[in-house]
Design a protein. Structure first.
Length: 443
């Protein structure tokens, strides 16, 4: 079958993209290396949309949770992934969890039976010159990764991805913390949380003794970079190591004492809206519950709400804010779009959502049209904005969808009321966008 567009990768993002394009009447070649004599260290089957690590799409609460809101938006946009998940749901409280074998089998069957899709079991090692969406995920094959690195100039893409926790700005106690840059250079660019000697010693001890997450089998032979050493590994090197590394207090006068603290934790602005702040140098393999417990002992972070917790794992992703345009096209080779986790979104739902958007942008492009981007007030629009320019390219790391990616709600309110305000505003914005699309189609 000849084709209009080529999709490389049959995971959640690639499957969603293939479905959206096929339903739009375009002919799709979907290349998936599994089943053609190739596999990855993580996959167990040849099915499309295999869920590798978990069977959960996380919260389905569309009123108080950003990922639940994203579920709702994707249903409204005809998502194959979410609608198939709904059909294979298993009990999981308020979460959308599925029978993963039945889920993947149905996605594979529906795509295979679509008259506009040809599934080809093949490995692709180069960047094509025709219309393409690359959705190969965090375990992208080494040759294709090298081709991407060669095109983008970003160097090797296979490494340990060092992720520091990100805190919602409005949960930081500024009665304890203060804003300043070291030696007062560059303005008041950092939030600084001070520790005295007793607090610091207790904190270092907790880091060393805290429970750590094990590496997956395919990660064990990938070395750390010295520049992304886990904070607990630094702590193990000696009690004073952190005070001369990411927690050094030199040049930071606490305005409440007029002196340098014994140690300090700095947070750096992580998005253009200044709603999310990154804990500088705090990449970690601590288990998530341990991170929350230990990091909330830091003065100023007693009630911290985390938009993302830290981690270190093998990953492949591109610096999307630097390399992609607002329609997910590679700026240096615009016939190629990227989708899924390789763009720096994190999670099953987010990957499928970016696949959906890449497909819709591509479909409009192939028809000689322009698709207006979804509003940043929506979950899907906020995710798109983050990976295509809203995040700081210098510190870009994978991110789940969360309310901190959206413009803040005016005024102060209770936590539950604020979340409901975000979701109400998002639904109204999505509806207005969908009506705008209908008007464009009728014009």
């Amino acid at each position: 079958m000849s084709f209009d567009i080529h999709i490389i990768g049959g995971g959640l993002a690639g499957s969603e993209a293939a479905w959206q394009l096929a339903e739009a009447g375009l002919r799709v070649r979907l290349s998936e290396m599994r089943g053609g004599g190739e596999t990855t260290p993580a996959h167990e089957t040849d099915c499309l949309a295999e869920m590798v690590c978990s069977n959960s799409f996380r919260s389905d609460d569309a009123d108080h949770n950003a990922v639940g809101l994203l579920h709702q938006e994707m249903r409204a946009l005809g998502s194959l992934i979410i609608r198939t998940a709904d059909r294979h749901r298993v009990p999981a409280g308020s979460a959308l969890a599925v029978d993963r074998e039945c889920f993947a089998a149905e996605v594979t069957q529906r795509i295979a039976q679509h008259p506009n899709v040809a599934i080809v079991r093949e490995r692709v090692d180069t960047l094509p010159d025709h219309a393409t969406i690359i959705a190969t995920g965090p375990l992208t094959g080494s040759r294709l990764a090298e081709a991407i690195a060669g095109q983008t100039g970003e160097g090797s893409l296979a490494f340990f991805d060092a992720i520091a926790p990100i805190v919602h700005r409005d949960s930081i106690n500024m009665d304890m913390a203060w804003m300043a840059a070291r030696w007062d250079k560059g303005g008041k660019d950092y939030i600084n949380c001070p520790l005295d000697k007793t607090q610091y010693d207790t904190f270092v001890e907790a880091l060393v003794e805290g429970e750590k997450m094990p590496f997956h089998p395919w990660e064990k032979d990938t070395p750390y970079f010295e520049g992304c050493m886990p904070i607990e590994v630094m702590a193990e090197r000696g009690k004073e190591t952190l005070r001369h590394g990411p927690m050094k207090p030199m040049g930071l006068d606490n305005p409440r004492t007029g002196r340098w603290p014994y140690a300090v934790v700095q947070l750096r602005q992580d998005n253009a809206l200044a709603t999310l702040w990154n804990m500088v140098g705090f990449q970690t393999k601590l288990k998530h519950g341990e991170q929350v417990r230990i990091f909330r002992t830091i003065p100023g972070l007693e009630n911290a709400e985390f938009a993302r917790l830290g981690g270190i794992h093998r990953n492949i992703f591109i610096n999307s804010p630097k390399l992609l345009d607002r329609e997910l096209r590679l700026q240096s080779k615009p016939n190629v779009r990227f989708a899924g986790q390789i763009t720096g979104c994190e999670g099953y739902v987010e990957s499928a959502a970016v696949g959906l958007l890449a497909a819709r942008f591509a479909a409009a492009d192939l028809r000689g049209e322009t698709l207006p981007a979804p509003p940043v007030e929506t979950a899907i629009g906020a995710l798109l904005t983050h990976i295509t320019g809203g995040a700081d390219a210098e510190t870009f790391q994978p991110m789940n969808v969360n309310f901190g990616l959206m413009p803040p709600i005016d005024g102060r309110s209770k936590k539950a009321d604020r979340k409901k305000a975000y979701t109400d505003r998002a639904r109204a914005a999505l509806q207005a966008w969908l009506e705008r699309l209908k008007m464009t189609e009728l014009a």
